[in-house]
Write a protein that binds this ligand. Structure first.
Ligand code: ADP
Length: 268
């Protein structure tokens, strides 16, 4: 049996995710932390954390210390992927999410992959087990996790309470804003007019769904979701289902870690 360890690090805009796998793609351990600066320090903290008893990484004597260890292979992805000097591979988030999801759904050759992250959302089209095309939405925050985070923060709603609030809505509201600042103003206006918070929670999910689906059209067939927003708000599957009735929807296991998992797989 191989003693090699494969580390995947996804340096996202909201969270840094680390996954450690075997050469067969079995997850040994995983961990995540907030994206804080300097990034390299946060990555080292995670690699050294008690979540990874098998970690050979210790605090380096200096920032330029060689960190690569025998039998340990590291790949990075995410917008901060170039900030780790000691990697064997760096790959785009598109490639990393594709590899992670394709491994989990080996039998699927043609599908759409939707990743909703902290500051962008992506739709990737897969054909014959290959990336055919992809579109990234970075221009508006409204289809991203940052939108949910900021609005919940401003309205003093706990993120974890949002799903149960939304299920209790009794009216469908429409949020028109694409930008978080305007959306917050719009929501405050609605609340001041006496609207129920439950109806706002529902409108938030409707808005995210709409903004993501505006990125590009999605061919009928299978749609697989990855990313932190879907992992923590699986209720969104119902919202997508209302709009994608011709499709079969799946939420990947450990969806927030799909990119880190794919990065690790790129080395095996
Ligand atoms: P990125 O790769 O851009 O950092 P992620 O895929 O890690 O993004 O997703 C981050 C988003 O996931 C956050 O913006 C937040 O909306 C959501 N999220 C992460 N952790 C939680 C949590 N514990 N509860 C609710 N939502 C969460």
């Amino acid at each position: 049996m191989s003693d090699d360890y494969y580390w995947g690090i996804d340096l996202g805009s909201s969270a840094i995710k680390v996954v450690l796998i075997t050469s067969k793609g079995e997850i040994i351990n995983k961990s995540k932390g907030k994206t804080l600066f300097p990034l390299i320090k946060q990555v080292r903290n995670l690699l050294n954390s008690s979540d990874f008893p098998e970690s050979p990484f210790s605090e380096p004597a200096s920032d330029t210390d060689e960190q690569i260890k025998i039998n340990h292979f590291i790949a990075s992805t995410g917008y901060g992927r170039n900030h780790i000097p000691f990697t064997h591979n760096k790959l785009t988030e598109i490639k990393a999410h594709f590899l992670g999801i394709q491994f989990l759904y080996k039998n699927e050759s043609d599908f759409s992959l939707i990743d909703i992250g902290g500051q962008d959302s992506k739709i990737i089209k897969i054909k014959d087990h290959q990336i055919l095309d992809f579109v990234i939405n970075r221009k508006c925050a409204a289809g991203t996790g940052a939108f949910l985070d900021e609005i919940c923060h401003r309205l003093d709603i706990r993120l974890k309470d949002l799903p149960s609030l939304a299920t209790k809505h009794d009216k469908k509201l429409n949020l028109g804003s694409y930008c978080t600042v305007f959306a917050v103003q719009e929501m405050i206006k609605i609340l001041v007019s006496g609207e129920k918070i439950e109806n706002l929670a529902h409108a938030l999910y409707t808005s995210i769904t709409k903004r993501v689906l505006e990125i590009t059209s999605i061919e009928s067939g299978k749609v697989i979701f990855s990313g932190g927003v879907m992992q923590h708000h699986p209720i969104l599957l119902n919202y997508f289902n209302d709009n994608l009735s011709e499709h079969e929807l799946f939420l990947a296991k450990d969806a927030q870690f799909s990119g880190a998992f794919g990065a690790a797989l790129s080395l095996t």
